[in-house]
Design a protein around this ligand. Structure first.
Ligand SMILES: Cc1cc2nc3c(=O)[nH]c(=O)nc-3n(C[C@H](O)[C@H](O)[C@H](O)COP(=O)(O)OP(=O)(O)OC[C@H]3O[C@@H](n4cnc5c(N)ncnc54)[C@H](O)[C@@H]3O)c2cc1C
Length: 379
């Protein structure tokens, strides 16, 4: 293992890899990525692959809009699956419809072309859906999905080919700080000296930041998802049932990926629970009776790394020179990865992000009581 690097990134999830990618694009080569398991083994390979800009805070909408553009460019350049198949939010009460009318107005004011759709339009966009009980929906045509495996692995290959060193099976134990300056990272394979460290360690970020004396309000919330057998193409959009905050999407390989919210506690080990399967089946077989004939292939758990305001913590840690963080995505870090990687590289090299509103997402917002509101989180 090398003893010294310009920049060490802890975590080879989509955020760490995207940060390395953007640093490489700026001509930086002496980068090390430390990953305790294998790349993607955290949230990134467990996600539902959804990508959208239809959020309810200005910070999220503006950054995700940029991310949506970057997903298209990256997929074309590196050749992985990405499709703007849209999102359809299924609404079953007049109150939900009223709330979403306000969201749509907000999205449109920021250039995201969502619109309220009738039950008949839902039936056109989502053939074979049983719409009884629905009063309408919201369609986000800019939204879509990407292959979470290939996107990460192709970007990782790209940075490796450019000289980035990736140490898998290597645990970062401690971030060493002296006189408020980062000195390096202690791993289970030895010490790496570095003046700049990026913590992109997902569910491991809170503990790692503590070793540098930084207390970040991050909590790991277990989440559940399943995938079925392959089926012929039924519909393109990712569907969200707002009443149950569950979602369903048909992946590029034809399988159906379903997530449904069940009650969970922070920071417990995720375990498979039968009530998840009941809930997922209850919600989605009602919409698609034919789904009852399709077998579940796999069921897995993973964490949403939550912050109190459901926005990530990004950028430099003000009190410690050389320490950067990108975590706390609260269930939407995959879609945000392209823009986050770009912003992180800008913070590291140019000391400021090209999208100024990103400054609102620094850790200090919690200390300063400047939390941001986001409602459109589900799953
Ligand atoms: C069921 C489910 C569905 C989801 N659906 C979506 C979706 O549709 N769209 C979306 O945008 N997001 C979704 N997400 C969230 C998304 O998966 C995450 O926000 C995203 O993957 C976060 O990426 P990351 O790189 O920050 O974290 P991770 O992918 O978790 O990567 C962090 C890495 O750091 C490593 N690590 C941790 N501690 C250490 C240490 N001490 N030393 C070395 N390495 C360490 C871990 O092993 C891990 O590989 C979903 C999540 C789940 C669980």
């Amino acid at each position: 293992m090398v003893g010294k690097a310009d920049i060490v990134i802890i975590g080879a999830g989509i955020i760490g890899v995207s940060t390395a990618y953007n640093l490489v694009e700026k001509g930086i080569r002496n980068i090390v990525i430390i990953e305790k398991n294998y790349p993607g083994s955290g949230g990134s390979f467990r996600c539902a692959t959804g990508i959208r800009a239809s959020f309810t805070s200005e910070e999220h909408v503006l950054l995700m809009k940029e991310s949506v553009k970057l997903w298209k460019e990256l997929s074309e350049k590196h050749g992985f699956f990405y499709l703007r198949g849209g999102y359809v939010w299924l609404l079953s009460t007049e109150e939900q419809l009223e709330l979403f009318k306000k969201f749509v107005e907000f999205h449109n004011s920021l250039g995201v072309p969502t619109r309220i759709i009738s039950v008949e339009e839902i039936e056109k966009l989502v053939p074979t859906i049983n719409t009884s009980g629905l009063v309408g929906g919201v369609y986000d045509p800019l939204a879509g999905k990407a292959d979470c495996f290939k996107s990460l692995l192709l970007l990782l290959k790209y940075v490796r080919d450019k000289g980035v060193q990736v140490y898998t099976g290597t645990l970062a134990r401690k971030i060493v700080v002296e006189n408020s300056r980062v000195q390096g990272v202690e791993t289970d394979k030895g010490f790496i000296e570095a003046k700049k460290i990026v913590v992109a360690a997902g569910y491991g970020s809170r503990d790692l930041l503590k070793t540098a004396g930084v207390d970040a309000p991050l909590n790991n919330l277990p989440k559940h998802a399943l995938v079925t057998e392959k089926f012929n193409e039924r519909f393109k959009p990712l569907l969200v049932d707002w009443s149950s905050t569950s979602y369903m999407v048909q992946t590029s390989s034809g399988t159906f990926l379903i997530g449904a919210e069940i009650e969970e506690e922070y920071n417990v080990k995720p375990v498979n629970r039968i009530e998840f399967l009941y809930k997922a089946a209850q919600v989605w077989v009602k919409y698609f009776p034919w789904l009852a004939e399709i077998n579940v292939l796999r069921y897995w758990t993973g964490y949403y790394v939550m912050t109190p305001d459901h926005h990530p913590i990004l950028g430099p840690i003000d009190d410690i020179d050389g320490l950067y963080v990108a975590t706390g995505f609260s269930g939407h870090g995959f879609m945000m990865a392209p823009i986050v990687g770009k912003l992180m590289a800008e913070w590291i090299i140019e000391e400021k992000p090209s999208i100024p509103i990103a400054e609102n997402l620094k850790l200090k917002r919690f200390r300063e009581g400047k939390m941001i509101k986001e409602i459109a989180v589900f799953g």
